[in-house]
Structure formats: C-alpha cells, structure tokens
Design a protein around this ligand. Structure first.
Ligand code: ATP
Ligand SMILES: O=c1ccn([C@@H]2O[C@H](COP(=O)(O)O)[C@@H](O)[C@H]2O)c(=O)[nH]1
Ligand code: MG
Length: 213
C-alpha cells in the first residue's frame, strides 16, 4: 500500500459539483470509437472531454510509484484501483472551468462506480454506449497503429475479456435505470456522429443543472 501522499488530493467536492457539474459517461469496447467521436462532441456541444485512459497515461510519465503501478495495470489490460483513478479524475474536474464533462472509458467496473458515487456525487445524465461487434473491435485494435503499448495481441484479448466481465454489467445497470443511449458504432465515423448528435440534441445534457446522488 502506498502512502496517501501518492494520491492526488481527494477533497470533498460534493458542494462544488452537486449544483453545477453535468456528466455523460462514454462507454464501449476497446477501439469502439470513443476517442474518435468525443472531440466532435466537444466541438459541437461544448463539453470538456476527460479520457480517463489518457489521464492515467499522463500519470505514468510523472515517475511516481502510482505511475509505475498504472503502467503495469495497463499493460496487463487490468482496471487500475478506483481510489487512484477517481482521485485523478476528480482533480481534472476541479481544475476545469467548464463543468460539462464527457467522461470517456469510465466507470469500468462496480468499484469505479461506487467510488465515483461516494466521492464526486454526480449522477450521469446518461451513458453513451458504443455498441460494436468483437470482430470489428479486434480488426480496429490490430490496425490502430498509434504506438499504444496495450495494442498488442495478448493485451487486446485481456482488455476484451475485462470489458465483457466488468464493464458490460455497468452498462446493463444503467440500462435498467433507463439511462443508456446505444449507438451502432460499426458504421462510418460520420454516420456514428449523426446518431450521437441526435441524442445530444434531443436530451440536451447540461441544460437543466446537475443531477446529484
Ligand atoms: N466508425 C469507425 N469506423 C472505422 N474505424 C473507426 C471508426 N471509429 C474509429 N475508428 C478507428 O478505430 C480505431 C480505434 O478508435 P478510437 O481510438 O476512437 O477507439 P476508442 O474507443 O477510444 O478505443 P480505446 O478504448 O482503446 O481507447 C482508430 O484507429 C480509429 O481511427
Ligand atoms: O477508468 C479507467 C480507464 C482506463 N483504465 C486503464 O487504461 C487502459 C486504457 O483505457 P482506454 O479507455 O481503453 O484508453 C485500460 O485498459 C485500463 O488498463 C483504467 O484502469 N480505468
Ligand atoms: Mg480511447
């Protein structure tokens, strides 16, 4: 167990966030297109994109003990402990002027969700779910070619397993609450964004104030 000093400060932000932050979670299998579509949502709908995988990647460059641990977890396709991830995410939310967030690739499992609910205390307006067949995900992962250490055949298999075992239940949980907006992600980038635009135009997230837990 690392010293508490290793973690970013986790202030109780319930007062800050409960009345002003608006959150949309963006979930889907690895390479389903989340990182391709989120900048378009930023451009057209004024959200701030927080890609949790990238925030964790930045931490690996800090040279901290947490950074080393995160690098190993990512290489093994495992989900980083929630207190670390939520600490980093919460810090990014606090530092942002904009309080409308699309949170990409989180929550990945029950522990992530429970820690976010307990700490950040913001209920997502909805979950944008990129639905894509596994064969297409594998094809995209093997041809992404962006230098990601976790885009190798062994880690890809692990990430796909973790998605099915740990993240699909989170999507099903929000689905049972009527909060999932499912997008067919196996179409062109433009067609996928057309559907996303329809969802954001219809639901207009961020317009009614925050949803608190
Ligand atoms: N609609 C699409 N059709 C075909 N290829 C796509 C589409 N959307 C994205 N891609 C390609 O698939 C690959 C993965 O996309 P992207 O990085 O956006 O996925 P991701 O969901 O963010 O993945 P990860 O969870 O691994 O970060 C990239 O090479 C991207 O160019
Ligand atoms: O909430 C999260 C998000 C990501 N991770 C780790 O990062 C990699 C890559 O994430 P992408 O969203 O696919 O870019 C993922 O495999 C996990 O190891 C995490 O632990 N928790
Ligand atoms: Mg991504």
């Amino acid at each position: 167990m690392e010293s508490p000093g290793e973690f970013p400060t986790q202030k109780d932000t319930s007062k800050n966030f409960s009345n002003e932050a608006s959150v949309v979670f963006v979930l889907g299998g690895p390479a389903s297109g989340k990182g391709t579509q989120c900048p378009k949502i930023v451009e057209h709908f004024g959200f701030t994109h927080l890609c949790v995988g990238e925030l964790l990647e930045e931490e690996t460059k800090s040279g901290s003990e947490n950074g080393k641990m995160i690098r190993n977890f990512k290489l093994e396709g495992k989900i980083v402990p929630s207190e670390v991830t939520v600490g980093i995410l919460q810090q990014a939310m606090q530092q942002s002027e904009n309080k409308k967030f699309i949170i990409d690739g989180f929550p990945r499992n029950e522990e992530n969700l429970a820690t976010f609910e307990k700490t950040v205390k913001v209920e997502p307006e909805f979950v944008l779910f990129f639905d894509c067949p596994e064969e297409e995900l594998k094809r995209r992962l093997l041809s992404r070619n962006q230098g990601r250490a976790d885009d190798n055949p062994v880690t890809i298999e692990k990430r796909l397993e973790v998605f099915k075992e740990s993240t699909l239940p989170i999507i099903n949980y929000y689905s049972s609450k009527g909060k999932v907006q499912k997008i067919n992600a196996q179409r062109s980038v433009e067609q996928v964004f057309d559907d996303i635009s329809n969802v954001f135009s219809k639901l207009n997230p961020g317009s009614r104030g925050a949803s608190t837990i």
